[in-house]
Each structure stands twice: as structure tokens, then as C-alpha cells.
Ligand binder design. Structure first.
Ligand code: CO
Length: 406
């Protein structure tokens, strides 16, 4: 029960938020514009990315990498087709280090994805990596975030090559598919350090060619040397991209791996909620704010905010003291939460409010662990701040309010 202005609300321009809203509604033109803004490092890009941040968790991010000539583009086309058959919306980012960064789509991709060009469920964008401001990985990260904010179910990031840029890009993905082919002299051992380790799934493409089984055997032999302590042994799938053979099997393991990685990410997000953990305010129930505030003002506190919260039938005065606050609560009518509290217990401490960075994650975690919650959902209070209450039976006898950031 506090008025609260987020950092984001203060720094995000209206236009960035409008753009984020349009993205969220699936507006394709907004998506194209937003991607260009990020590629160009245009004014307002940072604000846009901040505004998008809340809606980026839904998409499964699949990286496809491998040496030139491995058939990645064809394989990506087949993966996109498979995803569309499952009714998923898709975005593709093709990162091409051989072209100069131009800030626009490359002609090659328009031709390449002709078949899906008319399909609104697929959005394709090429990014030339040379000349990208702030490095390839950060440009790709931004582009992926706006694509995710537009609600795409899957984002496929195709990188050409197996260099350092590719290794960095793989850190942005949930699942990285490393594409290998027989007979190209790119023996598994010769791969740049970090590429093998970054792979979650191996696709041995052109697997009808001679030498394919040797590539499979080499990968499996190398896996035997590693500790495999990640709880996921990267499967090896044989594919023939030109015919689509092996693609359903490939996508099945990609999906499995994605679910596993996303579950882990959720645990990490849950941990993140403690980032801003602190005491936000103490709620004190009083018969009259007018008579109670005098003492606190004598101590040097000032009333920073006063308002009547109709749905709680309570009058609220916030007194600030450094980073913490005191919330005086006066009932408007006797038959209200605070009115009944006063009748039963008299004036006194009513609740302790704890601030967390991610109120939804906190709510989910407590609910899952059987904590007795007073609120049946995260509620929106005055000034747009979001909160819920935890029952004293779960907290050692104190009503606890958990307050988040908008
Ligand atoms: Co409160």
C-alpha cells in the first residue's frame, strides 16, 4: 500500500513503451522497425530494450552453428518448417560475418526464405556481423530480445562459422546445435576450443555421405573423455537437410533440451528476486493518522504521501525515514480489515513489508512451497506497485506484505 514509481517508469520514454506494446500485440511492422533500431544502435534503442525486458522469457532460443558448407541454412529452413507445422511462430536471425554490417536485410535471405516469406508466422532477419556496434553478441542479444518481446515461440539464431563470435552467440541461446558434415577436413578435433563444449546437440548433416559414421564415432569418443556433469549428454542426430530426413528427431531432442535449460533458468530467475531484498516499510494500524503522526514528525520523519485506498477502506499516510518507511493505516469504516484489526488487537504493528525484485517469482515460490498466502494473486496497489500478503501462521505471527517492482 504505497505509491511507487519504478526506475523504469522514469527512464522509459512513452514512445519506447508504445513500441513495446505494439510488439507484444504481434505487430510485424513494429518488429521490423524495432530490429532495425537495435541493429543501428538508434536513439531510443536502450529505452526500447528496457521496455521489452519483461516480455522476453517466453521464446525458446535455438542456436545453429557449424563450419561454412555444413548445410546450416538448409537445415534451419527445415527446422523452421517443422516448428510451423507444430503451430509455433518463429523468428530467424542469420548472422553472417562475411558481409559488412548494413543495418538491413540482406538480399540473400529474401531469396532463401521465399517459401516462408508470405507466412506471417516466420520473421527472418540477416545481420552482417562486421561493423556491428558493441560486438556481434550484444547486437544479436538485442535483436533476439525484441523478437522475443513480439511473442515468437521460437527464435533460431544461425551463425556462419565456428569462431569466437559464434561461441559468444551460443551463450545467448537455450539450445545450441552444432552442425558437422563428413569429408570436409573439419575433423571434430580441429574445432575451435569452446565450440564442442558449447554444443547441446550434434547434428551430423549429409549423413548419407561416406564418412558420416566416422564423424558420429569421433563425437561419441570425445564425449567419453568429458565429465558430462551438466546432466545432459549432447545427443548425436543424423540429418539430411536437403530431404528433411532426421529433422523431426533433431527437433525432438532440441525441444527436450530447451525444456531442461528453461527450467534451470527459471530457478535462476527465482534466485534473482533477492537482488533488491530489503525492508520496505512497517504498517502501523492507528485510530487516527492526525493524532499518531505528531510523534513521528517530532522524530524528524515527514509524510511523503497520503491517500485513501477505497477498495481496502483505509486511509494511508507514508512517513519516510532514509530508505525505509512507516505506513500509518486508519480505517474509513469499522467494518474493514484495519477496523476489525483495531477492534480485536488495538493500535499497533499491523504488517511488515519486504521489497523483492521479482514479486511474481516470489509469489510462485512461496505458493509452491505451501506457504499460507492471504492474497489469492499478486495485486496492483496505489501507484501501480504490486504486492501480496502472507498469513501470520506462516511467518512467525507477523502479517508480511511482499512488495515488488511494478
Ligand atoms: Co503496506
Amino acid at each position: 500500500m504505497i505509491a511507487w514509481v519504478s526506475e523504469e517508469a522514469m527512464t522509459t520514454s512513452v514512445s519506447a513503451r508504445e513500441m513495446a506494446d505494439r510488439l507484444q500485440r504481434g505487430d510485424m511492422r513494429a518488429l521490423a522497425r524495432a530490429v532495425s533500431m537495435v541493429e543501428d544502435g538508434a536513439d531510443g534503442m536502450h529505452e526500447l530494450l528496457v521496455a521489452c525486458q519483461k516480455n522476453t522469457g517466453h521464446s525458446l532460443r535455438i542456436g545453429v552453428t557449424g563450419a561454412p558448407g555444413a548445410g546450416k541454412s538448409t537445415l534451419v529452413d527445415q527446422m523452421v518448417r517443422w516448428l510451423r507445422q507444430q503451430g509455433k511462430t518463429v523468428a530467424v536471425v542469420a548472422v553472417d560475418p562475411s558481409s559488412l554490417f548494413t543495418g538491413g536485410a540482406l538480399l540473400g535471405d529474401r531469396i532463401r526464405m521465399q517459401e516462408v516469406a508470405e507466412d506471417a508466422g516466420v520473421f527472418v532477419r540477416s545481420m552482417a556481423s562486421r561493423g556491428a556496434r558493441g560486438g556481434v553478441a550484444s547486437a544479436v542479444a538485442g535483436v533476439c530480445d525484441v523478437m522475443a518481446a513480439s511473442g515468437r515461440d521460437a527464435i533460431v539464431i544461425e551463425t556462419v562459422g565456428v569462431g569466437q563470435d559464434e561461441v559468444e552467440v551460443t551463450r545467448l541461446t537455450d539450445v545450441t546445435v552444432l552442425v558437422l558434415v563428413p569429408g570436409m577436413g573439419d575433423d571434430v578435433q580441429s574445432l575451435k576450443a569452446g565450440v564442442m563444449e558449447a554444443a547441446d546437440v550434434f547434428a551430423v548433416n549429409k549423413s548419407d555421405r561416406e564418412g558420416a559414421e566416422r564423424v558420429v564415432a569421433e563425437i561419441i569418443a570425445l564425449q567419453g573423455l568429458s565429465d558430462g556433469g551438466q546432466g545432459w549428454v549432447p545427443p548425436v542426430v543424423r540429418t539430411i537437410a536437403t530431404t528433411g530426413e532426421g529433422v523431426p528427431e533433431l527437433m525432438e531432442v532440441v525441444t527436450q533440451c530447451g525444456e531442461l535449460k528453461r527450467a534451470r533458468r527459471e530457478i535462476k530467475d527465482n534466485k534473482d528476486w533477492t537482488r533488491e531484498l530489503r525492508l520496505d516499510h512497517l504498517g502501523v494500524a492507528v485510530k487516527s493518522i492526525t493524532s499518531a503522526r505528531g510523534f513521528y514528525e517530532m522524530l524528524g520523519m515527514t509524510v511523503t504521501h497520503e491517500e485513501t485506498v477505497e477498495h481496502e477502506q483505509v486511509r494511508v499516510a507514508m512517513l519516510s525515514m532514509g530508505e525505509s518507511r512507516l505506513e500509518l493505516l486508519e480505517p474509513i469504516v469499522e467494518d474493514s480489515v484495519i477496523g476489525r484489526f483495531l477492534a480485536k488487537r488495538g493500535e499497533g504493528l499491523h504488517h511488515v513489508a519486504v521489497k523483492v525484485a521479482n514479486v511474481d517469482a516470489a509469489y510462485a515460490r512461496l505458493k509452491k512451497n505451501g506457504v499460507c498466502l492471504v492474497s489469492d494473486e499478486v495485486r496492483v496497489g496505489a501507484g501501480g506497485h504490486r504486492y501480496f500478503f502472507v498469513h501470520p501462521t506462516s511467518t512467525g505471527g507477523v502479517l508480511v506484505e511482499v512488495v515488488g517492482e511494478g
